[in-house]
Design a protein around this ligand. Sequence first.
Ligand code: TEU
Length: 537
Amino acid sequence: MKRTWWKESVVYQVYWRSFNDTDGDGYGDLQGVIDKLDYLHKLGVDVIWLNPCYESPDFDNGYDISDYYKIMKKAGDMETWERLLNEVHKRGMRLIMDLVLNHTSHQHPWFKESASSKMNPKRDYYIWKDPKDGGPPNNWRSYFEPSAWTFDETTGQYYMHSFAVEQPDLNWENEDMREEIYEMMRYWLDKGIDGFRLDVINLLAKQDGLPDAEHPEGLSYLGNNPGIHEYLQEMNDKVLRHYDILTVGEIPFVTPEDGLLYVGEDRNELHTLFHFEVADDMPSWDMKRYKQIQNRWYEGLKGKGTNSQFLNNHDHTRQVTRFGNDNEYRKESAKLLATMMHTLPGIPYIYQGEEIGMTGVRFDSIEDYQDIAMKNKYEEEVEKGRDPSVVFEELLPLSRDNSRTPMQWSDEDNAGFTTGTPWIKINPNYTDINVEEALADPHSVFYYYQQLIELRKKHPVMVYGDYEDLSGGDEHVYAYTRSLDGETWLVLLNHADEENTVDLNSITLPPTEPLLSNYSEADETLLRPHEARIYQL
Ligand code: TEU
């Protein structure tokens, strides 16, 4: 496959509202990101993915945009954003913007106009339908609500929303709307950004005729519908292909076969994707299943398209808590998961705080939570008459707020995140887990990430190497090779709280120490709890 900078990049996700607050309002801000760029540069990452910071009433933390051309006050202003871009570039890094094109805020002027009358020229920018039998047009659920439809008194029709009531879906069939979107994308690209993370981009096309779903709970009818590839090819032709950028699509409900249609190099759509076979579909760690997923995706995209590797982001519980051991083996486990993300085929993503092994959180009451997905679900279940404390317990492990607590910079007040009152409570373990502590400890998770990232810069085998799984059916051990131009790497991982031996068949371990490991002194084929090793054979 052709070599390009974006395939070789490590991406760091900045959830700015929880990153670093410089004006004391309790929200992180763009100046706060600027102030920490040297920290990110020290870590070694190449690309920063900035969560949405456009003007927004913030019902869904910026994923409800009311003006694509403005910066949200909480984040700062355009002048600060421009300085951020400039400072990122000065350090040889790149910036990609998170863009939401499936829906806008209900406060976007387009929607206000659209809702004002059936005759309004913007009526067709959104999806409006007459009631059916006095109720919604079909039985679809939305991600955050029991129905994907909300009735609007003014015009007597329902509008569709794949997410919250406050996030009406755009009607991609409307060409004028599409042209306005493309123009807006060029506006940002012409400012010099280095790409986009495209929110739920496979949801743009809706099912023809909007028929009832057989399994409304599944939601998969919302994505991958006929027409989607025409929209993306048009977007590519009119906008994306004219810039040297990275485009990563957030694409739920895809198999490798469907995935290739979005990222195949001959397709002229997107560069890479997030699929959700792990983050959404695998509630807790299952090594055999995980390996099958990796193997299938490798075979599916091999030589034709680029995958992405991640285990958490701002929508998912932190990886060391959900998929590792955040207790006795927190550091070992965080390093093992990192080794896996950075040595499997695909672009590795780091979600802020992951590089110091930050953990999920458990607050005492629903009042402490801010996540609209969790709060709406809580209300929905309690309204059914269920016991609120049972519902609460059920929602805790996967609440999106698990990953949204503020970055832990130090053991000072509010973890050094803000001098004000943080918008969401801070994880009380900040006194032990924080950046200051990590930077002072040569064996910290931070320095392990730094080494992984550095290895990638020196060894193309990590990016372009063929992959072979040697450990198929093993429930705890994952062993695989990556090879390129005569260079072969062997990765050994023991994802378990116990020791395990690895069966290497015909491979003999080299007499030299591993290139990188989370334990000192490797012990042949006996792997200690959460041990990870990378060998150059
Ligand atoms: O997320 C899409 C989405 O909701 C799922 O893919 C996600 O995996 C699920 O919520 C798991 O809980 C994107 C954004 O990342 C998210 O923050 C937004 O709320 C959502 O779109 C709507 O814009």
